[in-house]
Write a protein that binds this ligand. Structure first.
Ligand code: ZN
Length: 261
């Protein structure tokens, strides 16, 4: 009787003890399991993000400045920078006309304002205009966007004013050829092709006429865009070099073209 009376409470205590152990164990297991699941579910999105981030970087980069003539074949594109200049620009125009050549003139806004009549002459002779900024700041790439924009659009406005409004300005060239993505983007937004060169005559270093002639002769090839200067300083050497180079280019079978757009 006694044994039977005592039995149920003993059974009950054991049952409680076992239940407590089971519940505690299952709690520990479920907590650690949910922790493991948490870390697993967190990682797939990270991997997914990692795999998608390279896509914007893989997008095609903006095209750099044009460095070839418009037409394929034995063509060269002559370009004259830093004018217009009242002494040298008319001399260059006369030489070009004598040899049936065309060229592109990259003009500086401050010069355009001083000599607007020369812009009209350049256009009337069948040449093309190129915007070369207002002040020829060779550090333009380091300026803020508003300043870059003002340097580019200011010369556009000056050229249009000088040429009575209805004139095409197909190109823009950065001073010193110092480009940035912002510069090319603003030029493009303003409807201009960024214009580089493939042959630097180095006439701006005043190396003497024979050196200018030799540099161009050695470097020229079909499609070349040749950098020369009709402004920005003393350009007697450049004019003298042209009197030799223009007939030489013609004798070599070259024709003259504008740069690609
Ligand atoms: Zn220049």
């Amino acid at each position: 009787m006694r044994y039977q009376v005592l039995r149920p409470p003993y059974c009950y205590r054991w049952a409680v003890l076992i239940s407590v152990v089971l519940v505690t164990t299952s709690l520990i297991i479920s907590l650690s399991w949910s922790g493991a699941q948490g870390s697993e579910t967190a990682s797939p999105p990270q991997r997914a993000r990692a795999s998608t981030t390279p896509e914007p970087a893989a997008a095609p980069a903006a095209a750099g400045p044009v460095r070839t003539a418009a037409r394929p074949g034995r063509f060269v594109a002559l370009t004259f920078d830093d004018g217009p200049d009242p002494t040298y620009t008319p001399q260059v125009l006369d030489l070009l006309e004598q040899h049936g050549a065309v060229a592109t003139f990259c003009m500086v806004g401050t010069q355009v304002r001083r000599h607007p009549e020369l812009v009209a002459q350049v256009v009337e002779r069948g040449m093309r205009l190129c915007d070369h900024t207002v002040s020829h700041d060779e550090e333009l790439a380091r300026r803020n966007e508003a300043r870059i924009s003002a340097e580019i659009t200011g010369t556009q406005a000056d050229l249009r004013l000088a040429a009575d409004g209805d004139v095409s300005i197909p190109y823009f060239r950065a001073p010193g050829g110092n480009w940035s993505e912002t510069i090319t983007a603003i030029a493009s937004r303003e409807g201009m092709t960024s214009l580089g060169w493939s042959v630097d005559s180095r006439d701006w270093t005043l190396p003497g006429t024979p050196a200018i002639v030799a540099t161009v002769r050695q470097a020229v090839q079909p499609g070349a865009v040749i950098l020369l200067h009709d402004g920005g300083g003393q350009r007697k050497q450049t004019v003298a070099a042209l009197t030799e180079l223009l007939p030489w280019l013609v004798a070599q079978g070259y024709q003259f073209d504008f740069p690609a757009t």
